[in-house]
Design a protein around this ligand. Structure first.
Ligand SMILES: *[C@@H]1O[C@H](CO)[C@@H](O)[C@H](O)[C@H]1NC(C)=O
Ligand SMILES: *[C@@H]1O[C@H](CO)[C@@H](O)[C@H](O)[C@H]1NC(C)=O
Ligand SMILES: *[C@@H]1O[C@H](CO)[C@@H](O)[C@H](O)[C@H]1NC(C)=O
Ligand SMILES: *[C@@H]1O[C@H](CO)[C@@H](O)[C@H](O)[C@H]1NC(C)=O
Ligand SMILES: *[C@@H]1O[C@H](CO)[C@@H](O)[C@H](O)[C@H]1NC(C)=O
Length: 496
């Protein structure tokens, strides 16, 4: 639900400054031991052995000529040109097909975004993929705060219809406002026509008095809500749900979030940030069977299930799980839990303490030398969060204390959720969001996928894990004071 991402820029800034590696910097592909790419020169399409390819070349040539001499063309020739362009557009959309969308990791695991096409012809945007909300919105070209952001050009889509109804959504990190509109929306090769979405010209960041502070920054342009229609502010059926109801033979989507934390060469924007497959799962990304935890129809709002157990440093806490109250949220960076739970967890980490008096309400610190093993139980199984994800780095430059990814959320008593389980957890599993019968599924990541998301393995020789950064001379991670207080306000402003 776009929560805690504001904390990230501080982490990011520091990640970017991280200690230079002793070894020569390696590209991500090299570090992964990725396969070499063989380039071969394709033969000209006009000489291609496949007649269909030669035909396509001829049609394109004809269209080029018609376009060039358009002012001299008869109506039927203009019609031919229009049809050619329409077909080309359809085929371009199909090429993105297979349902798979490569995710972009923004600000070192803070946000995961996918490319969405909106309008005719399609305009493409990177939007946060958020299973913790149900509205789609993009910034439009009427936005004055949008310096550097790719915005939707409302004048150039032939299928756009803009209403006079206001569109507003509040997230953990701020609010967005604009007008409700409808247009064709495509992603992963699937299109929904007349999809309602928000044309947003204004964002307000929680805790920021400056109206020029945008909720999102380039390269992001908006957000795609992937939860159920019942919590859509627009009242519209979300894009994915329309497809799950009508189009997908396998009505689920599978998510893998790549871990970039700790990779010394990491950039603010990493184009290999994981993958969402719409209309199925990527079976090569996980091993064993998917452990589905069913969701009663009455709970189809957030994607939420019960946390059944909590294990920390080998000790299972006594914890009564009775309600399906944990939102499984790709749009949240960290893991939020009720304050009593958070206090009990840190009580099992020696020498930990609350950061409330340092202005980081809801967060705790603990000795950086401690390797934390934190696990959550779902559907009868226990899933561990790697220490790489739990340890957010030093509380301030030079500190021997590090901040933990588990923090306090205080939801209202009316809220259906009181846990928010974000990327810090989800990077450790392959996740299914299944529409029918509705369920969330977790499976163990395949070994090579896991290794690609393992900072030690991925950045062999160049690793600056948050723990070692406390002893490295350059670039320890710190929390900028502004971000710290924003983090606190983000927590405090949830669901009010
Ligand atoms: C599935 O994941 C593998 C990597 O594990 C990737 O190579 C492949 O392209 C993915 N398939 C689809 C359909 O996304
Ligand atoms: C956003 O659009 C609304 C409706 O058109 C308008 O009233 C408002 O002034 C705009 N806000 C900004 C910041 O452009
Ligand atoms: C972490 O804790 C879980 C649950 O107690 C356990 O299954 C797992 O082996 C532990 N992992 C490590 C690395 O100690
Ligand atoms: C990460 O890689 C290290 C070193 O290769 C290995 O010891 C560790 O078990 C891996 N962790 C995970 C979660 O795969
Ligand atoms: C890292 O790479 C070096 C040589 O490139 C190799 O000797 C070493 O075993 C690797 N370590 C890990 C943990 O993969």
């Amino acid at each position: 639900m776009l929560l805690a991402t504001l904390l990230a820029p501080a982490l990011v800034a520091s990640a970017a400054l991280a200690a230079p590696s002793p070894a020569a910097p390696r590209s991500y592909a090299e570090a992964r031991g990725a396969y070499p790419v063989t380039l071969s020169m394709p033969a000209g399409r006009q000489y291609h052995s496949d007649p269909a390819v030669r035909m396509a070349w001829m049609r394109d040539q004809a269209a080029e000529l018609r376009r060039k001499y358009k002012q001299h063309l008869a109506d039927d020739e203009i019609e031919l040109l229009r049809r050619h362009d329409e077909l080309a557009e359809l085929q371009r959309r199909k090429r993105d097909t297979s349902g798979a969308v490569t995710l972009t990791d923004v600000n070192v695991d803070a946000s995961y975004a996918g490319k969405v096409g909106i309008g005719t012809p399609a305009q493409y945007f990177l939007v946060i993929m958020d299973t913790g909300s149900s509205d789609l919105w993009v910034m439009d070209n009427d936005c004055s705060q949008c310096t550097g952001i790719t915005t939707y050009d409302t004048t150039s889509s032939s299928t756009l219809s803009v209403s006079t109804s206001p569109f507003e959504v509040s997230y953990g990190s701020g609010d967005v406002a604009g007008l409700l509109a409808e247009d064709t929306v495509s992603m992963g090769g699937f299109s929904v026509t007349q999809q309602a979405f928000g044309l947003v010209n204004q964002t307000v960041t929680s805790g920021s008095s400056s109206s020029s502070s945008s909720l999102i920054d380039a390269p992001l342009s908006g957000l795609m809500g992937l939860a159920f229609a019942s919590i859509a502010n627009s009242g519209a059926t979300p894009w994915w749900q329309t497809l799950a109801e009508n189009t997908w033979s396998d009505p689920e989507f599978g998510v893998f979030l790549q871990r970039w934390r700790g990779v010394s060469t990491v950039q603010d924007v990493e184009s290999q940030g994981g993958e969402i497959v719409f209309g199925g799962l990527n079976s090569s990304m996980f091993t064993g069977s998917m452990n589905y935890i069913s969701i009663p129809t009455a709970n189809e709002d957030y994607w939420r299930i019960a946390v059944e157990s909590i294990t920390i440093q080998g000790t299972q806490l006594s914890y009564a799980s009775s309600t399906a109250s944990a939102a499984i949220d790709t749009g949240t960076t960290l893991i939020g839990a009720p304050s009593s739970v958070v206090a009990a967890v840190y009580a099992k980490i020696a020498n930990s303490q609350s950061l409330a008096s340092s202005g980081m309400s809801g967060y705790y610190e603990y000795p950086c030398s401690t390797v934390v093993n934190f696990s959550l139980g779902f559907g009868g199984k226990v899933y561990s969060v790697s220490d790489d994800d739990f340890n957010l780095g030093q509380t301030y430059a030079g500190s021997s204390m590090c901040v933990g990814a588990l923090f306090t959320v205080s939801t209202s008593s009316q809220s259906p959720i009181n846990w928010i389980v974000g990327a810090s957890f989800l990077k450790n599993v392959y996740t299914s969001f299944r529409y029918n019968p509705s369920a969330i599924g977790f499976a163990q990541l395949a070994t090579d996928v896991q290794a690609s998301g393992n900072i030690t393995a991925a950045a062999n020789g160049t690793s600056v894990s948050s723990k070692s950064s406390s002893t490295s001379a350059a670039g320890p991670r710190t929390y900028a004071p502004a971000a710290v207080s924003l983090g606190g306000l983000v927590v405090a402003s949830l669901f009010i």
